[in-house]
Design a protein around this ligand. Structure first.
Ligand SMILES: [Zn+2]
Length: 477
């Protein structure tokens, strides 16, 4: 009888504990999503109910200052390293490294050379070194071998793979027997269409609606897989987009002899490598060539761009004003939308939303830097990050609680403050959680008491027999 009671008590105690812990959200699952070229204000161009659903039940940062140059590869690498381009080494989509004597080009797909990526260590590698697993669906750089590693699971880049198939892989990895805790998901639009038609075109409306539907599909699939409430979803992008025009073209051939330099990267930041002995000639010819073109010697680039101290940054950098386009000559490819401009321009800024157990609800913050995402990710994954240029303090207000994640080393630039103070929603949330756990516990205790009473009563009729059995030998004796 006593041992039965002990066993029942033990099972019930285990039950109570498991119920309590299953109610505790897992703060360590993170899915980072990038919709390439999703400008921060696309949210308001057409109805975007799924983006607004995430904002209502999660957090929203209005202005994210990304890094210069505001191009795809430099910014995607910043999101996963927390470093400025001069520190992570992916300084452009098209680069030349004079020491390696090698080129890196998105157009020629010569991006798989590990050496270009190894000035930094992306978060999937640090996550795996901490004993976790990562999965990447086409995120730039995740199919490149970096420091002898790939993500635990990844999809080799293939733009023809549908969004639905990418989501299916991510869900499969999060729900497998050895689940990932970090997922990275990338989609090419609205960047592609933004380039083709220009961001101010009415044709962008359906494109933004389509992205909103894709987000809706992702939410639906996460709910179906029972991941929606246990996973921290971060939706962001690498850059925005600005409207260009054939009326605003700067043609280098008008000012420079093309035999005197190599154009490593084109528009809107022309990376110019003068041929031997031609530096002064090229610089002087270009310096005052056009009122909408600012020309810098590498060492004179503004400090705020953090775009100077890397050998892959070319000796002369010419930056076009917002909406202006640099071409070597007019036979080169021109696009109606472009990005890459000064990262102080709002049109270059990406969207930023997040939802999940770690994040507050219906909370808006004015500003952050894209370098701040990295320490946030390290905190959520509970890993110690590498050195970076971000600040965890800039993003900690987004969180319901700042414990117990490990804080990576933070050089700590100027603090930015959220416009909204810690709100009532968080306390409401905590109250509901406390109430739920309390009621659950009371119910379990009541059940336990009734069960024990029932057990004791059901044992009573058996007692005489037991006594009889015990008494038997005595009688025999
Ligand atoms: Zn991009």
């Amino acid at each position: 009888m006593t041992s039965k009671l002990l066993w029942v008590s033990f099972i019930l105690a285990a039950l109570i504990l498991s119920v309590t812990f299953s109610l505790q959200p897992d703060q360590q699952k993170v899915l980072l999503v990038s919709f390439d070229g999703f400008r921060w204000d696309y949210l308001y161009r057409v109805p975007t109910p799924h983006f607004h659903y995430v904002m209502k039940y999660g957090v929203h940062v209005k202005q994210v200052t990304n890094i210069f140059i505001t191009k795809t590869y430099p910014n995607h690498y910043t999101l996963v390293t927390g470093l400025f381009a001069e520190n992570h080494g992916i300084v452009a989509n098209d680069m030349f490294d004079p020491i390696l004597n090698k080129s890196f080009s998105l157009d020629n797909m010569t991006i798989y050379d590990s050496e270009f990526w190894e000035e930094a260590t992306p978060i999937w590698i640090t996550n795996q070194r901490a004993g976790h697993s990562s999965g990447a669906a086409m995120w730039p750089g995740t199919d490149v071998k970096i420091h002898n590693s790939f993500p635990t699971h990844y999809m080799p880049y293939n733009e023809s793979v549908s969004f639905e198939d990418r989501v299916a892989k991510i869900i499969e990895w999060f729900t497998s027997k050895e689940p990932i805790n970090l997922g990275l998901l990338y989609w090419e639009d609205p960047d592609d269409m933004g380039h083709n038609v220009g961001p101010e075109s009415p044709l962008m409306g359906p494109v933004i609606s389509d992205i909103d539907n894709k987000l809706g599909y992702l939410i639906q699939m996460l709910k179906k897989a029972k991941l929606w409430n246990v996973l921290n979803l971060i939706i962001t992008s690498d850059h925005g987009m600005t409207q260009c025009s054939e009326e605003r073209i700067i043609e280098l051939d008008e000012y420079l002899d093309k035999d005197h330099y190599v154009l490593i990267d084109q528009s809107p930041v022309a990376a110019i490598l003068p041929k031997e002995g031609k530096f002064d000639e090229v610089y002087e010819a270009l310096a005052h060539a056009h009122p909408n073109l600012t020309v810098y010697k590498r060492e004179e680039l503004p400090e705020r761009w953090h775009y100077k101290y890397n050998r892959r940054i070319q000796p002369i950098i010419a930056v076009a004003d917002d909406g202006w386009y640099i071409l070597q000559n007019k036979s080169d490819n021109f696009l109606l939308g472009n990005h890459g401009y000064d990262n102080a321009l709002a049109d270059m800024h990406p969207v930023f939303l997040a939802h999940g157990p770690a994040f507050r609800k219906n909370f808006t913050q004015e500003a952050m830097s894209s370098t701040d995402l990295y320490p946030l990710l390290c905190h959520l994954l509970n890993i110690t990050g590498m050195s970076h240029n971000g600040s965890f303090r800039n993003v900690q207000d987004l969180l319901r609680s700042t414990s117990p994640g490990a804080l990576p080393p933070t050089p700590g630039p100027t603090l930015l403050h959220g416009s909204v103070k810690p709100g009532d929603d968080e306390s409401e949330e905590s109250y509901a959680y406390f109430l739920g756990v309390s009621l659950g516990s009371i119910l379990v205790i009541v059940f336990f008491v009734i069960f024990i009473k029932h057990l004791i009563r059901s044992q009573i009729p058996a007692l005489p027999d037991v006594q009889a059995e015990i008494a038997q030998p005595l009688l025999q004796a």
